[in-house]
Design a protein around this ligand. Sequence first.
Ligand SMILES: [Zn+2]
Length: 115
Amino acid sequence: MRATAIVLARVEDQKFHKAVEGIRNGAYQMTITRRTKEEVRGFVKKDDGKEYGCAITEAGAWCSCPDALYRGGICKHAVALALDVIRTPTRSEQSKMSSSSSVEDHQQLIDLYCQ
Ligand SMILES: [Zn+2]
């Protein structure tokens, strides 16, 4: 199972929806710095200027935000990063501006992964 799918399967509903909402309204900007089948790393920047480092592995997710550091578990940034990875399946730079339909695509992918 891919690391991104594991994270999405484990995250709480509420955080998942926050991440989807953040992507949809443009509040999150993801930069993927490293990407393999087993591991994804990157930055998630919020529109208030705060930026967090995230890592997603098969063992779980790690993030530098207070939510992840104090409470543990999977935070919305890790979810946003995972969704961004799923949204851009190849390294070739496709247009990322098709955001109007991307949320539905995400949901379909999550449904597939989480079954
Ligand atoms: Zn976080």
